[in-house]
Design a protein around this ligand. Sequence first.
Ligand code: AMP
Length: 430
Amino acid sequence: MSNRAEPIRSVKGTRDLLPGETALWQRVEDEARRVFAAYNFREIRTPILEQTALFARSVGADTDIVTKEMYTFQDRDNESLTLRPEATASVVRAYIEHTLFNEGGIHKLYYLGPMFRRERPQKGRYRQFYQIGAEVLGSDHPTIDAEFLEMLALLLGRVGLTEYNLLLNSVGCPKCRAEYLKVLRHALDKVKDKMCGDCQRRAVTNPLRVLDCKVEADQPIIEKLPHILDHLCPECRQHFDCVTGELQQRGIPYEIAPRLVRGLDYYTRTTFEMTSGVLGAQNAFLGGGRYDGLSEMLGGPPTPGFGVAIGEDRLLLAVEQAAGLKLDAALDVFVAWMGDAARDPATQLVRTLRQQGLSAVWRIESNYEPAKLKKSLGLANKLGARFAVIIGEGELATGRWQVKDMAAGQQEEVEAGRVLAYLREKLQKG
Ligand code: AMP
């Protein structure tokens, strides 16, 4: 009988991202940081743990996230804590807590990190997933909205995603939304008995949520409900027209989606989502909008805001499907040495190549134990090395190392002191 213990598996809905995948994640994150910097965004890092009340107040007590999906627990001192299901609330909390508003002007912030929602796992839907998000605090100008969407288009282009839809709507302000809700409630009164249980409840508690319903049988009924865009007040209408006008000027295509109210309570005016046909059922890979009342809901001064949360897991799926980015994590140089006398010069060369190659991110590897040339070159090949430097007895005698171009199969003798310069030139060309 073996006494080997049962292996422990990862938690349902969570997953390990293995080295074969993380290279692409890093590339996408690098591009995001670069594009955000170009638009003058700066990074903010907030805790993963927050007080439960933060999300109950901001995301909304009657949303799926708060009622069914949060990982909430009583801490040892009985405080109720939650693993963040999203980060906009945290960013605005931090903005208020650290009185960033006292600095005046517009704050442009971005974040990257894991979020937690206890949803039913499926492709593109996980219980721990990753978002790349950005927020602009301090202006309600429609140019903010349009410029932000332009920034997202640039980012998507940079990661090789060109086929997607930008869906756009306005959910108005508290004033016109209240009027619209009256009209919607009235319309729902007549049809809600034919709808699913959730919709019957929402028709009373939070009628806007009915528009989010995914139940197939309810769709024809929802299609006929009045549209919020037809009930915007003049200010919200003008704001929306400015946003769409600027998008046209900037050459950014969009589609009006009158049902797009999004699952969180804090949105005002512009809401948007981007979807990709290659993603299947979970086709939205990012979403966001304007949230001009959120700061006040969280006890801060009136501060208009606009933001996005990019679902990084889904963006990656879409990028992979579109074969947008090809990554090469292959080795640049393998230093193969034979015999104890070659150990020191090989170790020195490896160190020099690693230090000098840092700015170009060269990948350097070597054998750790003395090994036969054939075995070392076999390993170099397996690791996809572009060059192998060979240091053995013969090379030590002449002070000239052999440098082999692995793909071409050609070999040249290079003076030991010139190997770095030689490789730099060769690697730059490739
Ligand atoms: P939300 O915070 O709900 O507006 O979501 C923003 C984006 O995050 C969505 O468009 C999805 O791409 C992504 N997302 C939300 N929930 C999940 C999840 N459970 N698993 C993977 N991605 C998610």
